[in-house]
Design a protein around this ligand. Structure first.
Ligand SMILES: Cc1cc2nc3c(=O)[nH]c(=O)nc-3n(C[C@H](O)[C@H](O)[C@H](O)COP(=O)(O)OP(=O)(O)OC[C@H]3O[C@@H](n4cnc5c(N)ncnc54)[C@H](O)[C@@H]3O)c2cc1C
Length: 390
């Protein structure tokens, strides 16, 4: 393979995060090369449920909660923009999310959860058993917490729309393994990073080395976005952009049922699982949360858990045929916060570790990455998401 020449910015990883980052950077006038070893959007961004659950995933107030709310709002405009740019409807809906309580203890937890969100001015309604059933909830539920402003997007269509929009905007998409970063070292090159109690000299990005089959090729780029999902901290380099254990995979399995008629139109969940009715009539039931390394296999135990969730959330799903199942790897850091911002290598912006909310957070992440890379003021305080934290 010939050398790939130069790009203003190399975006590494074409999941939802890399795809929207690439689009936003191209829209800012930069030449962008987007690299992935597979087809775009085939890993976690393909496996996800697509819940835009800013409030449902918000278990405490704080910076991540704020980021989710901003991003949920941005998805409205993003869906419209992608329809215009790609011709694809990403099926974003404000369908609401109903969290169920099956016992008194959980009813109490939902009451507290709703109270602090309402105190922030958000809609989070306490429902009794009759109201839960009106929304299609099961007769066995004692109560519910209703988040009418949460929603969903068809994440596979989102990725496809982003890919088409990138291509039409002039992003160069290259299928290759990202092998390593090439950095200049020496005085003045990059930031100094305290790692394990000692100061390390940083570097300045000069190029990215890629591999296609047996052939290596060099892409000159002084700026890069590191969006390799669960594989982000495996990327070698000297210095490394991320510490070895900065991001690790957390497996999630999903099953798909096709009832004759979906028993509800909102996302329905409890502390063990959730069910997502798609517009085409399928109901996705997810998701396991497992430490299984990079193993993406579906297991008997995973299926058993998900089938039991399905029937608990709606007995009407018990007769529905099982039509699909899959597993994917959520990129997670130890504290479950994203890693977003500059790192030890000057020129490299990290955008990863979005864990359970990467589809939700795609919209705001693309925007923040563009601000970071182009040197504009960044609209969010990114200190809690510093990629260099342990
Ligand atoms: C079962 C499940 C359910 C989920 N449900 C939801 C949900 O309902 N709502 C929500 O908001 N989020 C959800 N998530 C989380 C969400 O899917 C992720 O946080 C998000 O997709 C991460 O996007 P990403 O672009 O960072 O990673 P990915 O989509 O994994 O993309 C990373 C890309 O990097 C590429 N790559 C990696 N290493 C290399 C290399 N060396 N060279 C070249 N390419 C490389 C991969 O091929 C991949 O395409 C779910 C995740 C799972 C697994």
């Amino acid at each position: 393979m010939d050398a790939l020449g130069t790009a203003d910015v190399a975006v590494l990883g074409a999941g939802a995060i890399g795809l929207l980052s690439a689009l936003r950077l191209r829209q800012a006038g930069l030449s962008v090369t987007l690299v992935d070893r597979g087809a775009p959007g085939q890993e976690a961004s393909h496996a996800a449920g697509g819940i835009l659950g800013a409030q449902m995933e918000g278990h405490e107030p704080g910076p991540l909660f704020e980021l989710g709310l901003r991003s949920r709002e941005l998805h409205v405009g993003l869906a419209q923009e992608l329809r215009e740019l790609s011709g694809i409807d990403v099926e974003r809906q404000t369908c609401g999310m109903l969290e169920l309580a099956f016992d008194e203890a959980r009813r109490g937890e939902l009451a507290q959860w709703g109270a602090w969100q309402r105190a922030l001015g958000l809609r989070a309604e306490q429902l009794d058993a009759a109201q839960v059933q009106e929304l299609g909830g099961p007769p066995s539920a004692l109560a519910g917490l209703w988040f009418p402003d949460d929603g969903q997007v068809e994440n596979r269509k989102l990725c496809e729309a982003l890919r088409v929009a990138c291509e039409r905007a002039g992003v160069r998409i290259v299928r290759a393994e990202v092998e390593r970063l090439e950095c200049a070292r020496g005085p003045g090159a990059g930031a100094r990073l305290e790692e394990g109690g000692r100061l390390e000299e940083g570097g300045r990005l000069e190029a990215v080395w890629l591999r296609v089959g047996e052939e290596q090729t060099r892409l000159s780029a002084e700026r890069a976005v590191l969006a390799l999902g669960s594989w982000s901290s495996l990327l070698p380099g000297d210095p490394k952009a991320l510490q070895a254990d900065a991001v690790r995979p957390v497996r999630g399995q999903i099953i798909v049922l096709r009832p004759a008629r979906a028993p509800f139109t909102c996302v329905m969940g409890d502390h063990l699982g959730y069910a997502i009715p798609r517009l085409d009539g399928r109901v996705l039931v997810g998701a396991t949360v497992e430490e299984a390394g990079f193993d993406k296999r579906v297991t008997a135990q995973g299926l058993a858990q998900l089938l039991s969730s399905a029937v608990r959330l709606s007995p009407l799903l018990a007769q529905a045929p099982l039509v699909d199942h899959w597993a994917g790897l959520r990129p997670a850091s130890r504290d479950r916060l994203p890693r977003l911002g500059p790192c030890a290598i000057e020129g490299v912006t990290v955008a990863t570790a979005h864990y359970r909310s990467g589809i939700l957070l795609t919209a705001i992440t693309g925007r923040l990455v563009a601000q970071l890379v182009t040197g504009q003021p960044v609209e969010v305080d990114l200190a809690p998401f510093d990629p260099r934290r342990s």
